[in-house]
Design a protein around this ligand. Structure first.
Ligand code: PEP
Ligand code: MG
Length: 574
């Protein structure tokens, strides 16, 4: 029987292929009964997995990342304690011996019993510790599966495999080498999560927030994914399949046509040149930057150099990465953002220790509390600055104090380079991301002290509307057209323009054709986006008359009814 699911459209295009389910959670363990002669072996298998999990946790404790928060130690102690608890270390053993079941099943049954106990506690803190129990059991299960704590690599699939995960972090997705899949689907997640951003950069159809896709799909089942509409069809009938094959053909032809615009400058019909820059995550993304004809790099998310590894990239490694990008762009602007770790991008071992990671020690806040780490990155960046046109962008600044501290920090790094006679460009421009409403409302501090600004609409919307950008349950409330967001955006752009300060938008809004004319109408002349979106945005700019956009953009700003705003936007885009 054919089933149609609706989710959040994350990355456009049509894919047709076979499902590959990413098994990830404890709730999906198999249950089987073993022949009596294998029971001793199964108990030994269980004991070995416990011991390797313990060794893994101890290794994490001994190699505590320098920037890990103080909670890191207590989190590890707690996990070691849970591991030693008899519910986890003894009861499953006895159950295997008694019932001859597999180790995974015994572990899951005992975990459920322990979780139930935790749920009955009156104390909220203790109640919440059930999550730690589940995390410890997940670790053991991964060890049992011989995966040593990593998600499996799906190498056996051909290029038409469609990955279905319940949820997947950016770090896990990278490990899976997502290039090998033709489309990616998740039950959880929002359209501006970093997982979504990576998939969009790969130009693969993607739908998130599907809720039940992982449960309703069988391994290898035929699927159609319409990433533009956010639709997934499981087991399509012949007629639907034929219809979508045709749509897929059209989409691919349209994409090829757009890519022919590579060397065409982005100039509006009334003659204004618009800068279209690219967002990248790694130096190897440069190939796509050149293929799409971006006129610069508006956002290099340097924190991706820090993910999926047990050590931290040292100054030399970072320097080589930054230099290769700056040199590769041959004099075109390259904006490198200092690392924005925290929230949904954690380095190995520092997982989910904060209660509220998006509001916690993230980005510049983390840098200023871990000066050694920040110092290393700034040295590497400044050293790379002599190889081209490089700028430094600082994420999550909220106002004067953080700006002053950051600028002082950079000045100190320059002094240390001077002392060692190491060359750098003393005029390297330092910019601030405007992605916290406080920054947008206290913009003077930024226009006075920084050299350029870049608006991170993903976070600006998240923090303005109090919507966790990674949570699909509130994804429907994530609204770039909310009047509060529009007012902030217009205010930032017009204030920067009046102050003659370079201003760009590098959040996902910059790569959505639906908002191009609106942002142009607010006065934006520099956009930075995923390379996959760049040709479409250029096409829209080539078909836009700026003089027509401004009055409608102003009307949209004055409207407060969502329906009216949509109507006006449709008019603007007609
Ligand atoms: C943003 O917040 O819009 C942004 C560009 O930064 P990131 O998506 O990496 O948080
Ligand atoms: Mg951001």
């Amino acid at each position: 029987m054919s089933v149609k699911l609706h989710g959040i459209p994350v990355s456009g295009g049509i894919a047709i292929g076979h499902a590959h389910l990413l098994s990830h959670t404890t709730l999906e363990v198999a249950h089987y009964v073993l022949p009596k002669k294998l029971v001793v072996e199964e108990v030994a298998r269980f004991d070995t997995s416990l011991e390797s999990t313990r060794t893994g946790l101890l290794a994490l404790r001994n190699n505590r990342p320098v920037q890990a928060a103080a909670e890191f130690d207590s989190f590890l102690e707690l996990h070691l304690m849970i591991l030693a608890d008899t519910h986890i270390s003894q009861a499953p053993r006895e159950m295997i011996e008694r019932e001859h079941c597999n180790a995974e099943w015994a572990l899951k049954v005992q975990m459920d019993a322990l979780v139930t106990q935790f749920e009955s506690f009156e104390d909220a803190y203790l109640r919440d510790r059930k999550t730690d129990v589940v995390q410890v059991v997940e670790r053991i299960l991964k060890t049992l599966a011989g995966q040593s704590g990593h998600v499996p690599r799906a190498t056996r699939h051909n290029v038409s495999a469609i990955l279905i995960a319940h949820d997947i972090s950016p770090a896990d997705l990278i490990q899976l080498r997502p290039q090998q899949f033709t489309a990616i689907l998740t039950d959880l997640g929002g359209a501006t999560s970093h997982t979504a951003i990576i998939v969009r950069g790969l130009n693969k159809p993607c739908v998130m927030g599907l809720h039940q896709a992982r449960k309703l799909t069988q391994e290898n089942e035929l699927l159609i994914v319409d990433g533009t509409q956010g639709v997934v069809i499981i087991n399509p009938d012949k007629q639907t399949l034929a219809e979508y094959k045709q749509r897929q053909n059209h989409w691919e032809k349209a994409q090829q046509k757009l890519r022919l615009l590579k060397s065409t400058p982005a100039i509006t019909q009334d003659g204004t040149t618009i800068e279209l820059h690219a967002n990248i995550e790694w130096p190897h993304d440069l190939a796509e930057v050149h293929a799409t004809g971006a006129t610069g790099i508006g956002l290099f998310r340097s924190e991706f150099l820090f993910l999926n590894r047990d050590n931290l990239p040292d100054e030399e490694e970072q320097f080589e990465a930054y230099r290769s990008v700056v040199k590769g762009m041959a004099g075109k602007p390259v904006t490198i953002r200092t690392f924005d770790l925290g929230a949904d991008k954690q380095i190995n071992g520092a997982q989910r220790v904060a209660n509220n990671p998006a509001l916690g020690l993230r980005a510049i806040r983390l840098c200023l509390t871990e000066p050694a780490l920040f110092h290393t990155q700034l040295r590497a960046l400044l050293r790379a600055s002599v190889y081209g046109n490089m700028k430094i962008l600082v994420p999550m600044l909220s106002g004067t104090n953080e700006i002053n501290q950051t600028l002082k920090f950079i000045a100190d790094v320059k002094t240390s380079l001077d002392r060692e006679h190491i060359p750098y460009n003393p005029d390297t421009k330092i910019g601030g991301m405007i992605e916290i409403p406080a920054a947008a409302l206290a913009l003077n501090a930024f226009t006075k002290k920084m050299d350029f600004l870049s608006v991170g609409t993903n976070d600006l919307i998240q923090y303005t509307l109090a919507i966790d950008r990674t949570d699909e349950d509130v994804a429907h409330l994530y609204d770039p057209l909310h009047p509060a967001v529009l007012h902030l955006l217009e205010h930032i752009i017009s204030t920067a323009n009046k102050a003659k300060m370079e201003i760009s938008v590098c959040g996902e809004m910059a790569g959505e054709v639906a908002y191009t004319r609106l942002l142009l109408g607010f006065g934006l002349r520099q956009f930075s986006m995923n390379t996959a979106q760049l040709p479409g945005i250029k096409h829209r700019i080539l078909h836009t008359n700026l003089a027509d956009t401004m009055p409608i953009a102003q009307k949209i700003l004055r409207a407060d009814d969502p329906i009216k705003i949509r109507e006006l936007l449709d008019r603007l885009n007609a």
